[in-house]
Design a protein around this ligand. Structure first.
Ligand SMILES: Cc1cc2nc3c(=O)[nH]c(=O)nc-3n(C[C@H](O)[C@H](O)[C@H](O)COP(=O)(O)OP(=O)(O)OC[C@H]3O[C@@H](n4cnc5c(N)ncnc54)[C@H](O)[C@@H]3O)c2cc1C
Length: 406
């Protein structure tokens, strides 16, 4: 990358949200040049390459929210994209299973939300139908969600990057370019990177786990902070894989934006169990003891983190215990499949979620995308942002047209 290269738009972050935004901008504004700067040597190195690989239906989200609107729209676009470009995926459907009487109210609420969000084909089912669909699963009631699917999100990111570069020879996806700061001028910004400076008229911040820091570098007081939550997975052994046909989820706790440990079939044929949700001492740390002084200091000197801990200490302790005890993890899974045993599980991957937290300790539920000056900042893009990426990208492309007059 040469010193002083110019782009009309620079996207920071080659995760699925940054790449889908670059792709939609390239489609809608073919005359402008786009640079995507990625600090890692490989694209999709963080959330996009460490997720569950589920194409969410859009069932869970508050009707009218950005998540509800973009998930359904994005899902349809994603499936069409995967078909067109032959990306491994399958619409296999999923079950949400209640195992206790006290979950029935939430199950019903999820059904109502699904209806309001226009999710096609959701069906209430009883214990026999649960057994018919998933013979090893036991529940007292459930929902069948036929439009949920599975996909390889890293492959989607790869294809998006190729298409961005194919659209114009002026477009570039540049790995190993870490944005370190901004030098603002009247009509452009100089992005200072580890590989020299890059000039841009407009900036789109899609830095995921680092998005609040990039916003602060740009002088934006977001009043929220990214707090990382690690999720650990186990894989079912080859012999135990027959216990799960497709996707089996518990009824989610409405207090949290996490879905609870579940069983997920992957496009490569394996079955993942998890993820849990543990406060992480490192934003991009995938081990149980990963630690970063800077990340921990920033999280633990933020009042919102302590408010969150005080409010949800019981949940937090439970998740911590489960992260270090396979026995407790297995117990969580046995609620859905009683015959699962510790010997059926092998340690799998981990991912870290970028979850925005407000100053009152409130987990920001909806997507947050803000325009300031010559920049658009994606400040909260947790799940289902991978499913919704093409709809989010379209929204960002519309914001580019509206605010930047291109
Ligand atoms: C455990 C887990 C399970 C999930 N499961 C699902 C699921 O099944 N379905 C679903 O729809 N969603 C799921 N999600 C959510 C989904 O993965 C994320 O919402 C989505 O990947 C966010 O994409 P992103 O591009 O915003 O972030 P990322 O993929 O994290 O990309 C951000 C990029 O910015 C780069 N970057 C950061 N700072 C800089 C800098 N200074 N300079 C240059 N580059 C920088 C990073 O290196 C990174 O590559 C899950 C997430 C996790 C963690």
């Amino acid at each position: 990358m040469s010193q002083g290269t110019d782009f009309d738009v620079v996207v920071i972050g080659a995760g699925i949200v940054g790449l889908a935004s670059a792709y939609k901008i390239a489609l809608n504004h073919p005359d402008i040049s786009i640079g995507v700067l990625e600090k890692e040597a490989e694209i999709a190195s963080h959330q996009t390459g460490h997720n569950s690989g589920v194409i969410h239906s859009g069932l869970y989200y508050k009707p009218g929210s950005a998540k509800a609107r973009t998930c359904t729209k994005g899902r349809n676009q994603l499936v069409a994209f995967a078909k067109k470009y032959k990306i491994a995926h399958e619409i296999c459907g999923k079950l949400i299973v209640a195992t206790k009487e006290k979950e029935l109210g939430n199950l019903e609420e999820n059904f109502d939300r699904g209806q309001q969000n226009g999710i096609e084909g959701i069906e209430k089912i009883g214990p026999e139908q649960i057994k018919e669909a998933e013979p090893y699963c036991t529940g007292i009631a459930g929902l069948r969600v036929p439009c949920t699917g599975i996909i390889d999100y890293a492959a989607v990111a790869d294809k998006l990057a190729q298409l961005v570069e194919k659209k114009s020879s002026n477009n570039k996806v540049l790995p190993s370019h870490k944005v370190l700061g901004f030098d603002k001028h009247d009509f452009f910004t100089e992005l200072l990177t580890n590989r020299g400076s890059v000039k841009a008229r407009f900036i789109i911040n899609c830095a995921g786990l680092q998005s609040d820091r990039i916003a602060r570098l740009d002088g934006v007081d977001t009043r929220m902070r990214i707090v990382p939550f690690r999720g650990d997975y186990y894989d079912l052994t080859a012999e135990a894989q027959q216990k799960v046909r497709n996707l089996i989820y518990p009824v989610p706790d409405p207090e949290f934006p996490f879905l609870g440990v579940h069983f997920t079939r992957k496009v490569d044929g394996g079955i993942e169990c998890g993820p849990n949700a543990v406060f992480s001492f490192k934003r991009e740390g995938y081990g149980k003891t990963s630690f970063s002084l800077r990340d921990s200091w920033e999280s633990l000197t933020y009042w919102g983190t302590w408010m969150l801990f005080m409010r949800h200490w019981l949940f937090g302790m439970g998740e911590y215990a489960r992260a270090f005890s396979k026995k407790l993890f297995v117990r969580g899974l046995q609620r859905l499949i009683p015959s699962i045993e510790a010997g059926d599980l092998r340690r799998g991957n981990s991912g870290v979620r970028a979850q925005a937290l407000g100053p009152d300790g409130e987990l920001i539920d909806d997507f947050a995308i803000e325009h300031r000056g010559n920049a658009i900042h994606v400040l909260n893009a947790p799940s289902p942002a991978a499913t919704a990426c093409l709809a989010i990208g379209e929204h960002i492309s519309e914001m580019v047209a509206k605010h930047f007059n291109i």
